[in-house]
Design a protein around this ligand. Structure first.
Ligand SMILES: *Cc1c(COP(=O)(O)O)cnc(C)c1O
Length: 391
């Protein structure tokens, strides 16, 4: 590695985690993206454009809703919901997608590519590309395409080209590999838009930058409502993008507890150990050969064997706490949120809701908890119907 590339990689470290463990040709391309991101991230015109789309297109700022019924029934701390479910397209993913697509536009990219597993990131990316008029190609494993045909149709409606990846097991990992091949071949005019706070530098830093809008708003909102900071912020953790966005503006407020809820069926942070996967170092579940272990969560968005490098660091440095929530507990919280508050949360978000309900009981009524409601649950209603029927 040249000293130039070395310094780019070093910027992406959180303690021992993060970095960029990728072939040299890819390193060069990501180094270019990192430089452009550095150039624009504090640029007033760029920030103004991002803010404009957040307000006029995504519908921000979204509310911090007091969950009065749930709070009364549980007793203890007041539960507030940060309503990412009310964003256009129904989840937090759009914040990051708009940010990266704006960067791609500034870089003069002629096309955007992305990978998707369950299809949520693909749909968000196709949405941004439609508004910005940028051609969009989404790589998706053939097995995932079969299981998520409605999301494939959504992406096509939005004008994206969905490429079926037949290699390997036809899953997310294979789609990522194909997207990276495309990037290396077409880097001159192509931007790779990554969906979570994972992957090699600069993606974890970039995704956090755009998702930090969540806690920028929630901090202002909770201070207006309560006159003090919350006792805790709770968010679900898949790759970690909604959680890092929900934590960002509280990381330096040491009295605020930061709690990540991960699925008991994919306990990457709580049970993982440091290893390099997918081009970066993080806490991860690997088998005896050092390969990522297959995981399964009822929440497709949480079903990932690694986790963002900053979460890995927040865990080992003990700044944040990570707990597991089972699929059954999430299912209960899903129903409870619907019945008590008239809000159907995404199954991913229901993991955070479940943890917040446990925590509220242990705190005083003078305290408050912010739960990041990362998305709405319409997409999960079919699955919950099946799960409850089979019980
Ligand atoms: C994708 C997704 C998640 C998980 O991704 P993170 O990067 O961990 O935030 C959580 N909730 C919803 C609604 C999602 O769509």
């Amino acid at each position: 590695m040249s000293s130039d590339q070395q310094s780019v990689a070093e910027k992406g470290f959180f303690g021992e985690f993060g970095g960029s463990y990728i072939p040299e040709d890819l390193q060069k391309v990501l180094g270019m993206i990192a430089d452009e991101f550095e150039k624009y991230k504090e640029d007033p015109e760029f920030l103004q454009e991002f803010r404009h789309y957040m307000e006029e297109y995504v519908g921000r700022e979204n509310p911090l809703t007091f969950a009065a019924n749930l709070t009364n029934r549980i007793g203890g701390a007041k539960i507030y919901l940060k309503r990412e479910d009310l964003n256009h397209t129904g989840a937090h993913k759009i914040n990051n997608v708009i940010g990266q697509a704006l960067l791609a536009k500034r870089m003069g990219s002629k096309r955007i590519i992305a990978e998707t597993g369950a299809g949520q990131h693909g749909v968000a990316t196709a949405t941004a590309c439609a508004t910005f008029g940028i051609p969009c190609t989404i790589y998706m494993g053939k097995e995932d395409i079969r299981r998520q045909s409605l999301n494939v149709f959504r992406m096509e409606l939005l004008g994206a080209k969905v490429v079926s990846v037949e290699k390997g097991q036809g899953r997310l990992k294979d789609a990522v590999a194909e997207a990276l091949n495309d990037l290396v071949e077409n880097y001159k005019d192509t931007f790779y838009l990554l969906g979570s706070a994972v992957g090699p530098h600069p993606y974890p830093t970039m995704v956090k930058h755009f998702q930090a809008v969540i806690s920028e708003e929630s901090k202002r909102q909770i201070l207006a409502k309560e006159g003090k900071l919350p006792a805790a912020v709770v968010a679900c953790v898949g790759g970690g993008s909604n959680a890092i966005g929900a934590f960002a503006h509280y990381i330096n407020e040491s009295e605020v507890r930061l709690i990540g809820a991960e699925p008991a069926e994919a306990p990457t942070v709580t049970q993982g150990s440091p290893a390099v996967i997918h081009g970066y170092k993080c806490l991860t579940l690997v088998d005896e050969n050092g390969d990522p272990k297959p995981t399964y969560s009822i929440a497709a968005g949480l079903d990932y064997p690694g986790v963002g490098p900053e979460h890995s660091y927040l865990k080992v440095s003990e700044r944040a706490e990570y707990v597991t929530v089972s699929g059954n507990e999430a299912l209960k919280a899903f129903q409870e949120m619907a019945r008590e508050e008239g809000i159907i949360p995404a199954l991913e978000s229901a993991h955070a809701v479940s943890e917040a309900m446990k925590l509220a009981k242990t705190l005083s009524p003078d305290d408050s908890i912010i739960v990041n409601l990362s998305g709405r649950g319409d997409k999960d209603v079919d699955m919950v119907f099946q799960l409850l029927k089979d019980k």
